[in-house]
Design a protein around this ligand. Sequence first.
Ligand code: ADP
Length: 167
Amino acid sequence: MKRKFTRAIFPGSFDPITNGHLDVIERGRKLFDELVIAVGRSPIKNSLFTPEERVEMIAEIITDMPGVSVESFDGLTVEYAKQKKADVILRGLRSLTDVQYEFKLAMTNRSVAGIETIFVMTAAEYGFISSTLIREVASLGGDVSNLVPETVHNRLKERLEYLKNQK
Ligand code: ADP
């Protein structure tokens, strides 16, 4: 059967991108012809990196991944998906708690824009990683080198050092 070309967007805050996100990207790029990582520009609580910095970090990591790109976007995810002519929204699942939230989000997006969301489950070892946890642990001096890509780890150290000197 001839398969239709598919473009997915993977929206999120990515402040910063973690090994859990990367796992979702690796799985997603096997499923879709094109995967656009979409960094939301809407403000988030206790953010550490600007949307531009988040895009930059991701761009460095995906250089060897054909078909994968990164952009930032404003406003509604579904509007952005429409503008990109995306077929589906890709999201990652870590736990049943994620399912509850993601279920509502996916239902809303389908009812307002008719777009489907496809979920992939992360490998068990990434199930506990979140950007919030990374920001918190790193800012308290914990070692997060096993939880984020090396470039992100370096940027985190730099940023936290800078913030410490600002105080
Ligand atoms: P948002 O603020 O939109 O939830 P995130 O950057 O926190 O943005 O997450 C983007 C997507 O990545 C979400 O679908 C989230 O469930 C998923 N995700 C985040 N961390 C992980 C992880 N460790 N394993 C699998 N999926 C994850």
